[in-house]
Design a protein around this ligand. Structure first.
Ligand SMILES: NC(=O)c1ccc[n+]([C@@H]2O[C@H](COP(=O)([O-])OP(=O)(O)OC[C@H]3O[C@@H](n4cnc5c(N)ncnc54)[C@H](O)[C@@H]3O)[C@@H](O)[C@H]2O)c1
Ligand SMILES: CC(C)[C@H](C(=O)O)[C@@H](O)C(=O)O
Ligand SMILES: [Mg+2]
Length: 349
């Protein structure tokens, strides 16, 4: 019995989460899995009704689950940052999701905007609990011409080392055995040198891994011109946020990009969600591609130790992606098609 906390959230979040759950329910019987789901009404509606973003008691309830499936958070009716920080980042921080795992693969049949993309298959290991995201800042003389705003990036030896170790272990398990540190150590010398020194030190324990370094600005050049050079990328919270939207764009779009907020030590449930946001511009119109949410369930299944089930869902999604034409499909059509392929694969297998 696997207990899932489900946070559909805002905008297209509920639309894509519904399809992800449909696929999980389809794969479950083939592997004798049982998912019990508890849905949490968190996001803009709750905020307007009660002023709450993530009450402590709800956080503790969520903590009691095996994993979390999240849709997206954020709404134009709520001041920017309230839900993003108060709900999404709070979950990542409180549940110690220090590995934000974001795989990027150019699937067969997907047109890349790059003229000559080559083979794109890399994973970004984005630090998830530190950096400029920690909320260490403030503003003075707000609204005056003399306003001063700070947002201090916090990087600890402990936090950097644990995510760097995780990235090396992932690189060691992949055939190309390459790790690229992406930072900006020519300018952000305090944080950057901590990251570089940590990578150099941990590298000594992984002599088979080829280690590379790119400044983040140059990394965007290579993501657009030679993405095949990347295998495992390790980077800080903010750089990882930015380069993974670019990574999604070069591999067919944000509708295909999955992520896991992973607590590798299993001291709290990990959380799986598409890389994209609540997309208010298309919300409520069944236009959202649920593939990213469905591929996030692959990461969820893998994390919970159900590699075979994960493989089946991945295959079903990739088969659908390979054969989808350019005609727009409704959100539920895509979910139903992938679920049907899961069911078919299950029957055949
Ligand atoms: N993890 C999250 O919950 C998360 C991630 C990013 C942004 N956000 C929040 O979402 C809100 C909107 O942010 P944004 O506009 O910068 O980013 P966004 O990812 O929501 O949308 C960017 C563009 O991509 C499109 N898009 C996104 N997902 C899609 C899908 N599944 N299928 C088809 N098209 C899709 C949107 O229509 C939009 O044009 C903000 O409140 C932001 O803070 C939340
Ligand atoms: C909404 C925001 C807090 C979030 C982030 O910056 O991590 C989002 O952009 C993402 O990529 O998951
Ligand atoms: Mg982002």
């Amino acid at each position: 019995m696997t207990s899932l906390a489900v946070v559909p959230g805002d905008g297209i979040g509920p639309e894509v989460t519904r399809e992800a759950l449909r696929v999980l329910e389809t794969i479950a019987p083939a592997y004798d899995l049982t998912f019990t789901t508890t849905e949490y009404d968190l996001g803009a509606r709750r905020y307007h009704a009660s002023g709450e973003t993530l009450p402590d008691a709800v956080l503790e309830e969520i903590r009691g689950h095996d994993a979390i499936l999240l849709g997206a958070v954020g709404d134009p009716s709520v001041p920017s940052g309230v839900l993003e920080r108060g709900l999404l980042l709070r979950l990542r921080f409180e549940l110690d999701h220090y590995v934000n795992l974001r795989p990027s693969k150019l699937f067969t049949g997907v047109p890349s905007p790059l003229r000559d993309p080559g083979e794109i298959d890399f994973v970004v290991v984005r630090e998830g609990t530190e950096g400029p995201y920690v909320g260490n800042g403030g503003a003075l003389r707000v609204g005056t011409p003399h306003e001063i705003a700070t947002e201090v990036s916090v990087n600890t030896a402990f936090g950097v080392e644990r995510v760097v170790r995780d990235a090396f272990a992932r690189a060691a398990a992949r055939p190309r055995k390459k790790l690229t540190l992406v930072h900006k150590n020519n300018v952000l010398v305090h944080a950057g040198h901590l990251w570089s020194r940590t990578v150099d030190r941990v590298a000594q324990e992984f002599p088979d891994i080829a280690v590379d370094y790119l400044h983040v600005d140059a990394a965007t050049i290579f993501l657009a011109t030679d993405p095949a050079r990347f295998d495992v990328v390790v980077t800080d919270n903010l750089f990882g946020d930015i380069i993974t939207d670019l990574a999604a764009a070069i591999t067919g779009g944000i509708g295909l990009a999955a992520s896991g907020n992973v607590n590798p030590d299993h001291t709290a449930p990990s959380m799986f969600e598409p890389v994209h946001g609540s997309a208010p511009d298309i919300a409520g119109q069944s236009k959202a591609d649920p593939t990213a949410a469905i591929l996030s369930t692959v990461l969820l299944l893998d994390h919970l130790g159900h590699a075979d089930a994960a493989h089946d869902v991945q295959q079903a999604a990739e088969a659908d992606i390979a054969e989808r034409g350019s005609a727009p499909r409704r959100t539920e059509e895509v979910g139903e098609a992938i679920a049907a392929r899961v069911a078919e694969g299950v029957r055949v297998g």
